[in-house]
Design a protein around this ligand. Sequence first.
Ligand code: GLV
Ligand code: MN
Ligand code: MN
Length: 433
Amino acid sequence: MISTRQEQRANLFPASLAINKKRLLNDLNAISRIGLGEHGSMTRLVFSIKELRSRQLLIHLMTQAGLKVHVDRIGNIFGRLNGGGPKAPAVIAGSHLDSVLHGGKFDGPVGVVGALEAVRTLKENKVGLPCPIEVACFVGEESSRFGFSTLGSSLLAGQVRMEDLANAVDAHGTKLEDVLASMGIYRDTLASLKRDPATVKAYLELHIEQGPILEAKKKKIGIVTAIAAPTRLKVIFTGQADHSGTTPMEMRKDALVAAAQLIGYIEEICREYSKMEQGRVVGTVGAMKIEPGVINAIPGKVELSVDIRSIAAKAKDRVAAMVKRRAREIAKQRGIALEILPIRAEHPVPLDESLLPVIREICEEKNIPYEIMPSGAGHDAMQMAKIARAGMIFIPSKKGISHSPLEWTAPEDICLGAQVLLETIVKVAYEKN
Ligand code: GLV
Ligand code: MN
Ligand code: MN
């Protein structure tokens, strides 16, 4: 008798199939030791030695698990468990191992190690699947070093043009395009990183929420509907460096006071927009370079990073336009020069509507309290959504804190998230193509 795919899944997926919690938490702890700093902070900036070491450890863990490992030119890692015929498109699950400067241990690694544990569980239990499953670790999801986010997944999804990288420079003046050129990635070879969408059945990402909703609502799982996207700018005010004791107040061309005015405006306008119906907009100036940056000189040049995000594209674009206009007004009033360099302007990304009910069904079957919600943070899923159906599973963040050493997710929540990911992978693998 020919059984349905659901029946096959029921046979192959015994109710007892469970991830190995201890192994998952051990691996997460091992990764967390790389880049550990004061007060439990985590620093694994993209292409730093620490970040490379974390990727090396992952390659080791994947190899040990018997997965077929592939590393692409930028350093994205894929650990594959074969299933189905050679042409069957893969279910990919993953996230990133790089971190922000002085961040936390959970943002990224939870999704990579959770996916690895899910696949190890399938392999150990000899669960035969109708398609391959791949664990993915994407390079450079965080924008802390170059101001450019989701680098590896953007390249994989064919979303990067060389000119997009022109203004991506780190705090030491290293250009991202030079780093890529050193790996043999330039205009002519960019396209070779792109993954054929026909080889991907779906992309799934387990991630900490990085916000306060799940904890506040006492929910254990978040099912993500859409991802807010950032517009990022570098704003440079150039006035005149001068003596702080001899220059009369009315003769100054102080670039830092201009920057301060703009920062105040960004807060004001985003507070207003956060109350509006057309979508909450948040705006942040997270980094600033002041020249000469000494106590006894008027700041002659200030470079600020501006990050504006929303789920509502129109509201985000409107706020970005208002910020640029206000910067021009401030520069004009103060008689100083202004340069605005675009870093990246992305569109908010809806996630796949057909994956949401799959995750919801798992939560309902297991009586897990869940919330259907958007993501305010960016993720590799927003790039993968451009070449495949993409879904995300959130787990609670203590007090909603993230990008901070205080970032925390309870071990039992991490294990539950990995278990839900495992079951989602199996359900999606058995969906008809
Ligand atoms: C990634 O963590 C982001 O900046 O949203
Ligand atoms: Mn992050
Ligand atoms: Mn992340």
